[in-house]
Design a protein around this ligand. Structure first.
Ligand code: DGJ
Length: 744
């Protein structure tokens, strides 16, 4: 890995074993993009990559040079309003109303490791050898605004991160009206754009299309990253697939309003951009003030989409998630939400917990409804003290009883929200986001607290920290159940209202940071009505997130499969719930529900007391299986094999680091009769190892399993039998184990 600056040609080359990223200081002192892709040899001068030809009808930067127009030059951080008519990465509004700027190269700095981003989640290094960071300083001579472009290249994998720092070193106040984290111009548009989109209970569905001239974008203006679009994008070459081909993944480490877009111009040049949504953002920079954008992560590979995903998984597991739980397998939990909703007493919870313990569950989670006067979603949010009518011994007493049962105990909070029917709101009616003189929209009968204000965050912290100090809590589920509307803060003046969305998220991050550092052993799970904020920003604080409120096994196949494009299995909250399922009313077999959830942070979202004896036995077996293999399921190398978006069968697998154990999940949506012979070509095994198939007892070499395939043909194929072997929504888990020997 290295970062070189070639003084003579004024080019920068960042490279590791996988990628090269080449930039040049242009004739107008802006920064140009020369190459991004598979590693190429370093050389003194790459300037032939800069393609300029005199084109008619272009506006030139220099009177005497008809080849130099920003319209046709690939750039690193394009500005607004000069000779480039594509969307800019930055806009700085000045006192006279001008939004023009001219960021010229000043200097560069190369250092080992990676500096922290103040107040923002970001990838990190544990020692200097893991990455190198290049900081390029540009300055606008007229306003004195300084821009620092941060590029970090990691030694391992095709990972490059980017973010931007601003500092107003001039005398006048300016306003940033656009400050993207990343802008990257690529020479062609021969890509398939692939996004993760959906809505509540249908998150992370994969949608693809070829890039066409014009702008295509995903984003959020809801205050949270949103169920609708994940801050993630794949650009793959049309012939690339899971196993091979060139793929670029782009992920934004941010939980608020964002935009990721691709703009294809008339000459098929492609501009990718990612950052805070410019529509809902302005930031005032007085003389001497600074602003830091969130971080964007680029992953390049020529080994297909699985490899791109594995690179993200590893990076986000080990160098984005932090703390005690980062590398630890996750406790198997029982959450009471779908078992009781708001209808519970201490006694009822203890009954649930006792049964959970008997089945092998390790953590009992008390969801919504334990506090204030919360008997429905109309009241109580903001009053984070136990409801003593329901829980006469308080949270402390309940936690003690859980401990006596031999269970860890966790609690649900929705720290950013308040019901008008709460003591907290009655004491602080001014602490919500609401615009003076305007009506206020409703969302689940609750208002959004103004987390852009420190005193509000402080007051919520006090309440949460008190419980965490008093009661023995091992886990917190941090929920967020409505989007932001009428985003106006009484804590900020008129000319800073454009900052409120971003300041809100900074407040959320600050509270997370404080609580996770003060209570390092508590496992945090993020949630926003399921996956409304399932993003890398949250992963920095909470190593797992409740991926979706849809707990149906069939629905979950698509959601988990889609999410795996970027997010590791260890980050995906996945539970077995009751049938008929509460979201889609579907009946799926208990084993299928578990077979899907075990590729996640496994748990149960039902009343285990209601299961039959046989079902209880099955649950005990599922838990025993999970305990034995969760380190591989959650932290092994994950491969997508068959897409649930493309057919009746889905499959994925996880392989241990030493390749001696592989666990394959195979799922069929609808049953068929007299069906075809089925084989599943596996991935990531050692070709020479002899693997014992725990299901059949047969032994197969790794090469057979990868190249000929695992035979998954159903017992009923081609026969009529009196006994049902399989039904709709059938699934199987195959465990393949090798002892490392290569002989049969
Ligand atoms: C939405 C979450 O996604 C659910 O799991 C549950 O915690 C409810 N909120 C509680 O109100």
């Amino acid at each position: 890995m290295g970062i070189v600056y070639h003084e003579s040609s004024r080019t920068f080359h960042l490279y590791n074993d996988t990628i090269s990223y080449v930039m040049v200081i242009l004739k107008n002192s802006h920064l140009g993009q020369l190459y991004y892709g598979k590693r190429i040899r370093d050389r003194e001068d790459f300037s032939y990559f800069l393609e300029t030809s005199p084109r008619p009808m272009t506006a030139r930067v220099f009177e005497d040079d008809d080849t130099f127009s920003l319209e046709h030059i690939r750039q690193e951080y394009p500005v607004f309003g000069t000779t480039d008519f594509r969307q800019p990465a930055v806009e700085v509004c000045q006192e006279n109303g001008s939004r023009l700027s001219d960021f010229r190269y000043q200097s560069c700095r190369i250092e080992g490791g990676k500096p922290k981003l103040p107040g923002l989640p970001a990838t990190y290094t544990e020692n200097e050898g893991e990455a190198e960071t290049l900081t390029i300083t540009l300055k606008d001579p007229l306003t004195g605004v300084r821009v620092e472009l941060f590029y970090t290249i990691f030694a391992e994998g095709g990972v490059l991160t980017r973010s931007v720092g601003f500092r107003n070193e001039g005398g006048e106040t300016v306003r940033l009206t656009r400050a993207m984290s990343l802008s990257l111009d690529l020479p062609d548009r021969d890509y398939v754009w692939q996004q993760l989109s959906g809505c509540w209970a249908r998150e992370c569905h994969i949608h693809s299309r070829r890039l066409e001239p014009g702008i295509q974008a995903v984003g959020s203006m809801r205050g949270n990253s949103s169920h609708e679009h994940n801050p993630f994008l794949v650009l793959r070459r049309p012939h690339a697939d899971e196993r091979q081909g060139e793929v670029i993944g782009l992920s934004l480490i941010y939980s608020g309003n964002f935009r990721i877009q691709a703009e294809v111009d008339a000459h098929d040049t492609l501009r990718i951009m990612a950052g805070i949504d410019p529509e809902t953002f302005t930031w005032k920079l007085e003389a001497g003030e600074s602003f830091q954008t969130p971080e964007a992560v680029l992953v390049y590979t020529d080994k297909g989409m699985n490899h791109m995903s594995q690179t993200f998984h590893k990076l986000y597991q080990r160098r984005l998630a932090r703390g005690y739980w980062r590398d630890r397998t996750r406790p198997i939990l029982n959450n009471n939400w779908e078992a009781t909703y708001f209808d519970f007493t201490e006694e009822r919870l203890l009954e649930l917990a006792a049964k959970a313990k008997e089945c092998g569950v390790e953590l009992f989670v008390l969801d919504d409804g334990w506090f204030g006067r919360r008997s429905s979603d109309h009241a109580g949010l903001g009053d984070w003290q136990a409801n003593l009518e329901r829980l006469p011994n308080g949270i402390t007493g309940l936690a003690e009883r859980m401990e006596e049962l031999g269970l860890k105990f966790g609690l649900w909070f929705e720290p950013e929200m308040v019901n008008k029917d709460s003591d907290f709101y009655r004491q602080h009616p001014d602490w919500i986001l609401a615009a003076p003189g305007r009506s206020q929209s409703q969302g689940r009968h609750q208002c959004v607290l103004d987390f852009s204000r420190q005193e509000v965050v402080e007051a919520v912290y006090e309440q949460m920290a008190k419980i965490l100090k008093e009661a023995k809590l091992s886990y917190i589920k941090w929920d967020m159940n409505r989007s932001i509307t009428e985003c106006f803060s009484k804590g900020w003046p008129a000319d800073r209202q454009g900052e409120v969305y971003h300041r809100y998220i900074l407040g959320v991050y600050a509270l997370y940071e404080r609580l996770t550092s003060e209570f390092p052993h508590v496992l945090f799970e993020s949630c926003a009505s399921g996956g409304g904020r399932f993003d890398p920003g949250m992963l920095y604080y909470a190593p797992q997130g409740w991926l979706s409120d849809d707990s149906d096994a069939v629905e979950r196949l698509k959601i988990q499969y889609g999410a795996s494009m970027c997010y590791p299995v260890s980050s995906m909250g996945a539970h077995v719930s009751v049938t008929p399922n509460h979201q889609v009313y579907r009946n799926t077999p208990l084993h299928t529900r578990a077979n899907v959830a075990c590729f996640g942070t496994f748990g149960y979202e039902l009343d285990l007391n209601k299961l039959s004896k046989e079902e209880t036995r099955e649950v005990k077996d599922q838990i025993a299986f999970m305990k034995k293999y969760r380190h591989i399921l959650q932290f092994g190398t994950f491969y997508r094999l068959n897409s649930p978006f493309e057919g009746n069968e889905a499959a994925w697998m996880a392989v241990s680091e030493d390749k001696k154990t592989a666990i394959v999940g195979w799922y069929r949506i609808l049953n068929d009769v007299n069906g075809r012979y089925m084989r599943l070509r596996l991935e990531g095994l050692c070709p020479e190892y002899a693997y014992r198939n725990r299901n059949s007892g047969l032994i197969h070499y790794g090469d057979e399993l990868m190249y000929a395939g695992l035979i998954t043909t159903d017992d009923t194929a081609g026969q009529v039998s009196e006994e049902a072997h399989s039904t709709d929504f059938e699934s199987r888990i195959y465990v393949l184990e090798a002892d490392g020997s290569t002989a049969k």
